[in-house]
Design a protein around this ligand. Structure first.
Ligand code: SIN
Length: 330
């Protein structure tokens, strides 16, 4: 009999049942999606960004479908950290316990935090680390807030300072979620590395807009928004590939995943694990299904997730065959 395919994945020292996680902001905390599939089997659940205080978010309309994608301008709407720790975190723990009873791990609890200042990030990290979570994802890259201000992840020094401050109080791995809306994402990732990040999440959305020419105005209430979905997959893949080559940190790949092949492409490019986002709005059982489909694909190809991870960087003639390699390739 063929042995079962091993999908367990190491993410900065954290063991995941498999490399499939939800992407922040696309699946609530997981609890809202529990009736669609057995979430106990997925690798991790990533929360919508949590801020210190409740936020109402941006004026509507806040989302719009585009060809092969979606524009959003939510503006980090959430009920704030107190509510999250009291009401939402216990539900994530319930989903984790159900999964743990079956595969010994359950979905890892990843909390995405957002702040307007370094102090905000530190206070959020302290609260969540004291409450007990598995991994912190620091959202340095939301394009829909901070009117007129610089995003943390457009500046390597700000990224470094924010990550360093969070690392000083964190007792779990810290991943920096980076923006693709920069000239050189590697410089930003190096800032995160200097600050002590345990990993990188790449990428957040690409800034875009939609226009209603009949009304002669932008479609989104805040004019611009972030583009996600299959339309951005090639950009995300390229950035994961370049990051894995340049920065020795594990990467959580995200951007346009909707099939097992997509997940394996990201792994091949150097991602340690992959987040599934926008496609779950139309197919909320997608993450769960992908886990089984990845197993089938690997079996059919006669390979393993470990053998595939970072494989592009080991090809003869690959630009990254010899030099510094990402955490995935070591
Ligand atoms: C939002 O809430 O506006 C989206 C979050 C993000 O892109 O980081």
């Amino acid at each position: 009999m063929t042995p079962p395919i091993q999908l367990q994945t190491d993410l900065a020292g954290l063991r995941l049942a498999n490399p499939v996680l939800s992407a922040s902001g696309t699946f609530g905390s997981g609890w809202e999606g529990r009736q669609f599939s057995d979430l106990g089997h997925v690798g991790g659940l990533v929360s919508k960004t949590v801020t210190l205080l409740p936020r109402h978010g941006n004026p509507p309309p806040r989302i719009m479908e585009t060809p092969s994608g979606m524009l959003n301008s939510i503006g980090l709407e959430n009920k704030g950290v107190d509510y999250f720790i009291a009401e939402t975190l216990p539900r994530m723990r319930e989903l984790q316990a159900a999964g743990r009873a079956r595969n010994g791990i359950g979905p890892r609890i990843v909390i995405n935090i957002g702040g307007e200042s370094i102090d905000d990030f530190v206070r959020l990290a302290e609260r969540f680390c004291a409450a007990g979570i598995d991994l912190l994802e620091v959202n340095l890259s939301c394009p829909n807030v901070q009117e007129g201000k610089l995003l943390f992840s457009t500046d390597p020094r700000l990224t470094e300072r924010a990550v360093r401050a969070v690392k000083q109080v964190a007792n779990v791995p810290v991943f920096a979620k980076l923006s693709p809306n920069v000239t050189d994402i590697i410089a930003i990732a190096r800032g995160a590395e200097q600050g002590g990040a345990d990993g990188i999440t790449a990428i957040n959305t690409l800034i875009g807009m939609a226009v209603d020419w009949r009304k002669q105005r932008p479609v989104l209430g805040r004019t611009i928004g972030g583009l996600s979905g299959p339309a951005i997959k090639p950009v995300a893949l390229r950035m994961v590939y370049e990051l894995a080559r340049a920065v020795p940190l594990p990467i959580l790949g995200v951007g346009g995943v909707r099939s097992a092949d997509d997940v394996l492409e990201f792994v091949c490019a150097g991602a340690s694990a992959v987040q599934v986002g926008t496609s779950m709005f139309t197919d909320p059982a997608l993450m769960f299904r992908l886990v089984g489909e990845i197993e089938q694909r690997l079996l059919a190809a006669g390979t393993t997730i470990g053998a595939l991870r970072g494989a592009l960087h080991r090809q003869p003639g690959s630009a990254s065959n010899a030099p510094a390699v990402g955490g995935c390739v070591r």
